[in-house]
Design a protein around this ligand. Structure first.
Ligand SMILES: NC(=O)c1ccc[n+]([C@@H]2O[C@H](COP(=O)([O-])OP(=O)(O)OC[C@H]3O[C@@H](n4cnc5c(N)ncnc54)[C@H](OP(=O)(O)O)[C@@H]3O)[C@@H](O)[C@H]2O)c1
Length: 284
């Protein structure tokens, strides 16, 4: 009798898992195969990236990165060290770190107090391109701490950058960002995007990656487990809900060097994949 009941429960569970897999598979499939309207433009940017890098390099621009000690920030530092598109890169953070040996002398660390960022206005002066990879989690910093980093610090950095003459500001947001969302994370990201638009940079690029696929230095066990399950999904549906870190930072570089008439550009996950020229073949 007990055996019979267990069999029934297991059968029900298996059916529920199968239904969930079908629904999720259908969702990922539809996200993966929904065409983006500007695919060919984005693919052209990836194709022209070598020429664009060459031209951009000759302009001798300077850049800063806030959040350079994080996963995206440090990957971006390495990508910039490889592509050498800036004559100088100022790394702005709350602490200094030992940089890897491949990072050249054009990278300079500046330690600041983000609660008193106005005092460090000079650090942002005369820099052509700003990258913002700042961010924390509610689990790590609490609700108020999360909003402080992901909204206040981002905005303050952007304001000082604009006042200092920044021509391009590239900010990391997230897939699903929506100022009217009921979820704190996506709502804060959406509000941050809206506030950045009001600063009126000559060029503002907002990136909305999905789950960033990277082996985190910091221990976040739940994220690691989630990423483990995302690996097969990323293989089947590469642009649906994952963004490999090399794709993320190469997309930022290819975008910076591409001439653009747009004052505000919003790059969703698919666009990030296309511009990177790494993971998605544009002629597909
Ligand atoms: N991880 C994902 O899957 C994912 C997906 C979509 C979007 N995003 C967004 O992408 C951005 C970068 O993500 P990530 O995973 O690269 O972030 P991360 O590894 O957690 O790095 C965050 C950066 O922000 C700095 N930071 C955090 N709290 C700070 C504070 N209180 N004061 C000053 N600096 C502080 C960190 O400095 P310290 O090193 O000193 O802590 C670090 O440089 C974030 O905005 C995130 O929301 C992430």
């Amino acid at each position: 009798m007990l055996w019979f009941k267990c069999g029934e429960i297991l059968g029900g569970l298996a059916l529920a898992v199968l239904c969930l897999a079908i629904v999720l598979g259908g969702y990922f499939f539809s996200v993966e195969h929904t065409p983006s309207e500007n695919t060919s433009d984005l693919c052209s940017m990836a194709e022209a990236s070598e020429d664009n890098i060459e031209k951009f390099r000759k302009e001798n621009n300077m850049a800063f990165i806030v959040g350079y000690t994080g996963e995206t920030g440090s990957a971006l530092v390495k990508q910039l060290a490889k592509d050498k598109i800036f004559k100088k890169v100022v790394l702005i953070g709350r602490r200094q770190v030992k940089l890897p040996p491949e990072i050249g002398p054009e990278f300079e660390q500046k330690q600041v107090d983000f609660d008193n960022l106005d005092k460090y206005a000079d650090v942002f002066k005369g820099i052509d391109v700003g990258f913002c990879c700042l961010g924390t989690t509610r689990g790590k910093s609490g609700t108020a701490g999360f909003v402080k980093v992901d909204f206040d610090y981002v905005l303050k950095s952007a304001e000082l950058a604009k006042a200092g003459g920044c021509k391009q500001f590239h900010a990391l947001s997230s897939q699903g960002a929506d100022k009217d969302s009921r979820l704190l994370y996506t709502k804060t990201k959406g509000q941050m995007e809206e506030a950045l638009k009001v600063i009126h940079f000559p060029r503002l690029s907002i990136y909305r990656p999905a789950v960033l696929m990277v082996n985190r230095e910091e221990s976040r066990p739940l994220e690691s487990i989630a990423r483990f399950f995302l690996v097969p999904i990323a293989k089947m549906f590469p642009t649906a809900i994952t963004t490999p870190m090399d794709v993320m930072v190469k997309a930022m570089v290819n975008n910076v060097v591409s001439p653009s008439e747009k004052t505000v550009e919003l790059l969703d996950n698919k666009a990030i994949h296309h511009i990177s020229g790494i993971s998605v073949k544009c002629n597909k």
